[in-house]
Design a protein around this ligand. Structure first.
Ligand SMILES: Cc1cc2nc3c(=O)[nH]c(=O)nc-3n(C[C@H](O)[C@H](O)[C@H](O)COP(=O)(O)O)c2cc1C
Length: 220
């Protein structure tokens, strides 16, 4: 039976469309965002679900270009370390664009705050539910950005301790993501890693089990 609480057909289609067409973006034009847009994205991030309503997200907007360059260097260092560990895939990996830090309009560091051990609700046996909550917040931003026609790229290639030092973060806080946000010429039609033949995606049926665990053949 159809729910009496459902949105209208066109509203529902918009929701499914934005989920399908959201892309991780690494190519940006350098135009500025319109006034108020960044705050809209941060507002939807803050509306995300969080374990015990902990709101374990902190956002650091990088406006200092020297700092932006230092962050780019951290990512470049990690990219090279990763490439060396990939052995025969090294050259293919190095051909991939993995960030748009220099070109994007806004660079936001998303971090977990210090003092998280005080929050036991939902985290006693699974402390990493704070991280899961931050991921929900970033996904909200990602979807809203796509609806606004703005690209967002999630970059996780960095040493978190070095990034935390650069940003004067307290000891047990933890940077999770660098978000590159900005205008794009166009959105990739498919995940860029598929377009570039780096990875393949499977359909949901292969990840759905009944009553017991099953093995999945992955391309990794
Ligand atoms: C937690 C997380 C970390 C990611 N880190 C990076 C990254 O460091 N560099 C990068 O190019 N893409 C990164 N991505 C983007 C993924 O590669 C991308 O989501 C995936 O290839 C699927 O493409 P799509 O987001 O366009 O659907 C990250 C995505 C997630 C969810």
């Amino acid at each position: 039976m159809k729910s009496q609480h459902s949105y209208s057909e066109s509203e529902k289609q918009a929701v499914y469309r934005v989920i399908k067409e959201r892309r991780d973006m690494r190519h940006f034009t350098n135009e500025a965002l319109e006034d108020g847009l960044l705050m809209r994205l941060l507002t939807v991030a803050n509306q995300a679900p969080s374990v015990g309503l902990m709101q374990p997200w902190r956002f650091i907007r990088i406006t200092d270009n020297t700092l932006r360059a230092a962050i780019k260097t951290l990512v470049e260092t990690e990219r090279n370390i990763t490439a060396d560990l990939l052995n025969q895939r090294k050259n293919d990996f190095l051909k991939l664009k993995v960030e748009g830090i220099s070109e994007c309009a806004e660079l936001i560091v998303v971090a977990l705050p210090e003092g998280r051990e005080k929050h036991l609700f939902g985290r006693r046996t699974m402390p990493d539910m704070d991280l899961a909550s931050v991921a929900c917040a970033i996904q909200n931003m990602w979807l809203a950005a796509r609806a606004e026609g703005i690209g967002l790229g999630w970059v996780s290639l960095f040493d978190p301790i070095e990034l935390a030092n650069l940003l004067n973060m307290p000891e047990d806080s933890r940077p999770i993501a660098l978000l590159c946000i900005g205008h794009v010429e166009q959105f990739y039609e498919k995940p860029m890693l598929i377009e570039q033949n780096w990875a393949k995606a499977a359909e949901v049926e292969s990840f759905l089990f009944e009553n017991t665990w099953q093995e999945v053949e992955t391309t990794l």
